[in-house]
Design a protein around this ligand. Structure first.
Ligand SMILES: Nc1ncnc2c1ncn2[C@@H]1O[C@H](COP(=O)(O)OP(=O)(O)OP(=O)(O)O)[C@@H](O)[C@H]1O
Length: 257
């Protein structure tokens, strides 16, 4: 790759007591790509993603975003720097509307003296922007932006979470198992959304156990094993069973070219 990575990590270490979840892990995400991260249970994928998204503080190692060294102490800091994460448990508030969920934690306040004094929310503006963001991603089959998220299907909820990440992630979108809880049709829609987000120029990190999904959308596959990056493969040059064999240690990686 001739370009510089947009997000890069070197030598990440994270220990939980006697367990070493990350053991000198490296990571590279390049502009405009979908990078899948796969690995066996307990390989350290979540720990890696948490370190990159500010949810855990690594004990050692460095993270660089856009060439600058960063040290996030909270997910909010990573979000402010342009890294949006769609977590497995979604982090949506079911009782709130779609529009309110899109702006959770970064609400737009009303301008003017009353707005300043009472910190009033600008619901109209939030609804307008939410509608715009959802329709950009072809999600306006969701009829009413004021509908509570709890009334949506799993796929629609995932759509709101992805739209929120795509709307606010200025540099990187990380998705942790976005299709895990979904049916076939809903998974399809979310995969299309992931491709849409890439076509809008945002690079994506996709953590998934679903090999067909990974092989369908990923440009490159980072294989994580025993707390570190084992290798990165091109899905066009490997079969799914090769990838699983690498993940489980049944096959050794080829020497880097
Ligand atoms: N908060 C924690 N406290 C203690 N141990 C943890 C914690 N988080 C992760 N671990 C341990 O670190 C190791 C790596 O876990 P991690 O969740 O990163 O793996 P993973 O590849 O995401 O696994 P899975 O695919 O099962 O979600 C595991 O042995 C796990 O038990």
């Amino acid at each position: 790759m001739s370009q510089e990575p947009i997000l890069k990590a070197r030598g990440l270490v994270k220990r939980y007591g006697r367990v070493t979840a990350l053991d000198q892990a490296d990571f590279d995400l390049y502009p405009g790509e979908i990078l899948a991260v796969i690995g066996d249970n307990g390989a350290g994928k979540s720990s890696l993603i948490k370190a990159l998204s500010g949810a855990v503080n690594p004990d050692e190692g460095e993270i660089h975003l856009d060439g600058q060294k960063v040290q996030f102490t909270s997910p909010m800091q990573a979000r402010e720097a342009g890294i949006e994460t769609v977590y497995q448990n979604l982090a949506l508030s079911p009782a709130l509307s779609i529009a309110d969920n899109m702006f959770l934690g970064r609400e737009i306040r009303r301008k003017g003296p009353l707005g300043d004094i009472f910190r009033l929310l600008d619901h109209k503006e939030m609804q307008r922007v939410a509608r715009e963001k959802l329709s950009e991603l072809g999600l306006m089959t969701i009829q009413n932006i004021n509908q509570a998220v709890e009334t949506l299907s799993g796929g629609q909820r995932q759509g709101v979470a992805v739209a929120r990440a795509a709307a606010f992630g200025s540099k990187v979108v990380i998705m942790d198992e976005p299709t895990a809880a979904l049916g076939v049709k809903e998974s399809r829609r979310v995969l299309e959304l992931i491709l849409d987000v890439r076509s809008r120029g945002l690079p994506i990190v996709l953590i998934s156990h679903n090999m067909p999904h990974v092989f369908e959308v990923a440009d490159r596959i980072h294989i994580h094993r025993l707390g570190k990056r084992l290798t990165v493969i091109n899905p066009k040059e490997y079969t799914m069973s090769d990838a699983v064999a690498l993940m489980t240690g049944a096959m050794a990686p080829k020497e880097a070219a």
